[in-house]
Design a protein around this ligand. Structure first.
Ligand code: PMP
Length: 435
């Protein structure tokens, strides 16, 4: 077999497309939304990515969220290297799994037990099964524009009317599988009330992204989250908070700690984690009270398993990451840096006379080419994709790597210093004038 590697992004992409559908192992990496050739990454260091052509980029994707300490953080690499020499996988319990579970539980208020899995998809899918097993009901509520991984029951678009359950958004998902999934508009309290009035006795759970990073950056409003929580409690419907993106990212305890400040007694029934807790290795988790978690196998009837679950290298990586993230002041510093980025981008847009809105929480941010941020999916889809795409490429040319689609949140790491933020804002001033 030829190992003749070319080092241009273009050639690498051509070669990849021969053996991998679209040349990528996750669709958004293919740059379909923005056009052009994806950068093939050779390595990462701190806030920087280096592509196969040796070009350097300030990275605001951070592997789509996990790399809250930046690339190749020394403490994380050290933990992984020390774990490696003891073997890659045992398929038997290790002390490190318990340590990681303890470390996560110590930071989040409503989880007494959790199970480690390999991806956010698996965690969300298992949370839904658990909710169904606990309640003995089949229905689930999800919100348009929220993404919870690619499990069949969650790949659903809204039905034509409120009384209509979902239709698959992907070929290969049978109608029968999604007929229990009710899709509602994010931040629409009236629709939520109506849906619960019609369907509550059939509902096992409602799953929601508290800050929807899969439609740019859209916060669940406090009245919406409060009503969702109240309705779930009143009807015995489990509230599943998907903190795969927000967990340990927007605050140490995740978005739930932010909502708990505004909503007395606020508590999700099941919490879903991924990304940061694995620090860049395949690791995710779902957790709940002991009473809910005891329904899982081997204690209870809800089956869930994994050959590589709780992998010793992934848990070492996650633990080392969480140790850094839990240091006092970590999120304050990260939030301040993220805020300075968003303020800088908004200032650059103002100077260029281009409407832009932006928001951030902790190390997560979004910016949108419109006078105001969207509050639900239809508004996101009406965004100025042409302008975003031009801006994306103008920034990439200037060595700044934003997510290659306007409906994705961005991430700042603790490795981003004022120097990278300033360079980004300077590039944005030029790019916005150029487009
Ligand atoms: N939930 C949310 C909120 C996510 O953002 C994602 C992935 N971006 C997932 C679940 C799925 O996680 P994974 O890609 O690890 O399967």
């Amino acid at each position: 077999m030829s190992t003749d590697a070319s080092h241009s992004n273009h050639d690498l992409f051509e070669r990849a497309q021969r053996v991998i559908p679209g040349g990528v192992n996750s669709p958004v990496r293919a740059f379909r939304a923005v056009g052009g050739t994806p950068r093939f990454i050779a390595r990462g260091s701190g806030p920087y990515l280096y592509d196969a052509e040796g070009r350097r980029y300030i990275d605001y994707v951070g592997s789509w969220g996990p790399l809250i300490l930046g690339h190749a953080h020394p403490a994380v690499l050290d933990a992984v290297q020390r774990a490696l020499v003891d073997g890659l996988s045992f398929g038997a319990p290790t002390e490190r799994e318990t340590e990681l579970a303890e470390a996560i539980i110590a930071c989040v208020p409503h989880v007494e037990q959790l199970r480690l899995v390999n991806s956010g998809t698996e965690a969300a899918m298992s949370a839904i099964r658990l909710a169904r097993g606990v309640t003995g009901r089949n229905g689930i509520v999800k919100f348009e524009g929220c993404y919870h991984g690619h499990a069949d029951a969650l790949l659903v678009a809204a039905g034509s009317g409120l009384a209509t359950f979902g239709h698959p958004t992907s070929a290969g998902v049978p109608e029968e599988v999604v007929k229990h999934t009710l899709v509602l508009e994010y931040n629409n309290v009236a629709q939520l009330e109506e849906a619960f009035a019609l369907h509550a006795p059939k509902l096992a759970c409602a799953i929601v992204e508290p800050i929807a990073g899969n439609m740019n950056f859209v916060r669940a409003s406090v009245p919406f989250m409060r009503r969702l929580f109240e309705l779930c409690r009143a009807h015995g419907v489990l509230l599943v908070l998907d903190e795969v993106m927000t967990g340990f990212r927007v605050a140490l305890g995740g978005a739930q700690t932010l909502y708990a400040k505004a909503i007395p007694g606020f508590a999700p029934d099941i919490s879903v984690y991924g990304k940061v807790i694995g620090g860049g290795m395949p690791l995710a988790a779902f957790g709940a009270s002991r009473d809910v978690m005891r329904r899982l196998a081997p204690l209870g009837p809800v089956y869930q398993a994994g050959t590589l679950s709780g992998n010793p290298i992934a848990t070492a990586c996650g633990l080392a990451t969480l140790r850094e993230v839990a240091r006092p002041g970590f999120h304050d510093a990260l939030a301040a840096r993220t805020r300075s980025l968003v303020d800088g981008l908004l200032g650059a847009a103002r100077d260029a006379g281009i409407p832009m809105a932006g928001d951030c929480e902790g190390g997560m941010f979004g910016f949108f080419f419109a006078p105001a941020l969207p509050s639900h999916y239809t508004q996101v889809m009406a965004g100025d994709a042409k302008r975003f795409n031009a801006f994306f490429h103008a920034m990439l040319e200037r060595g700044v790597h934003f997510a290659p689609a306007l409906y994705e949140a961005g991430f700042v790491s603790s490795a981003h210093s004022a120097c990278e933020i300033d360079a980004t804002v300077t590039a944005a001033c030029e790019a916005l004038r150029a487009i």
